[in-house]
Design a protein around this ligand. Structure first.
Ligand SMILES: O=C(O)CCC(=O)C(=O)O
Length: 256
């Protein structure tokens, strides 16, 4: 396996096939509960400060927030789950990258979002559709029931009819859902009693440029990650990067 993940516990081939044909697959096992508790505690601390200091950017009482690439968010348990990587490799190929590291959190009082895709069809006029080029990994950090503002999605990658009935991503904290970025989806109203934090990572084919920022990571941190971290994050926004032969020359005069 080119992404060098350990052999996964589940049937990666069947799950990859389901993701490619249906657009979404929910993995059989959640992330380990103690790790999810660590993520939740760190995340709630960050999002509460963010909520106080920042206007909602994804609709009423709803925040998109980047994740800092530091523990516990930078743990390979999150970005390098062996079953996730085995599916990603089967669907996107061996040179896939992780190009987005963020989260979506509706607070009580949030409303339905417009139905949208995270990535459109590459060639809208072309039938049949090409295979997936970008996969989102969504992981809620709390148990999610109907009232807590679950992610809603529609089958397939075509725009749903107005009367289409959505699927709802409910389940225990740490459940992992993989979603083709072309799947139409929306956030739903949180009428529960607390925020519904959900992590969102994107795995992409290497030529695809997602419009939001790439993870911001110190190059020494990337170099120190266990495999396949350095390859997955090779196109991260590397802090402290030195100029190398392939860099564009600076415009203007070099200081003498
Ligand atoms: O948080 C959710 O359930 C969905 C959020 C979403 O799709 C978005 O903000 O683009």
């Amino acid at each position: 396996m080119a992404l060098d993940a350990p052999e996964p516990p589940g049937d990666a081939a069947a799950l990859a096939n389901e993701l490619t044909t249906e657009g979404v697959v929910v993995l059989p096992e959640p992330l380990p509960a103690p790790f999810v508790a660590e993520l939740r505690s760190a995340f709630l601390h960050l999002i509460e400060r963010y909520d106080t200091g920042t206007d909602p950017n994804r609709g009423t009482r709803r925040h998109q927030m980047y994740l800092p690439f530091e523990p516990p968010f930078s743990e390979p348990t999150l970005w390098g789950d062996s079953l996730v990587l085995a599916i990603v490799e089967r669907v996107l190929g061996p040179d896939a990258e992780c190009t987005y590291y963020g989260s979506d959190t509706p607070f009580p009082g949030s409303e339905h979002q417009p139905v949208h895709q995270d990535g459109g069809p590459l060639f809208p006029e072309w039938e049949p559709r090409p295979p997936p080029y970008c996969i989102a990994l969504n992981v809620p950090l709390v148990d999610v029931g109907r009232d807590d503002g679950p992610l809603e999605w529609f089958d397939g990658v075509e725009r749903p009819d107005d009367d289409a009935v959505p699927n709802r991503f409910t389940g225990p904290a740490g459940t992992m859902l993989l979603r083709d970025s072309r799947v139409w989806h929306r956030g739903s109203p949180n009428v529960g009693s607390g925020p519904r934090p959900m992590l969102a990572l994107l795995y992409t084919r290497p030529w695809y440029r997602f419009p939001l920022d790439r993870p911001l990571i110190d190059r020494r941190v990337v170099a120190s990650l266990p495999e396949p971290g350095p390859r997955l994050f090779r196109a991260a926004d590397l802090v402290g990067r030195e100029r190398s032969a392939g860099d564009l020359p600076r415009l203007g005069r070099e200081p003498s």
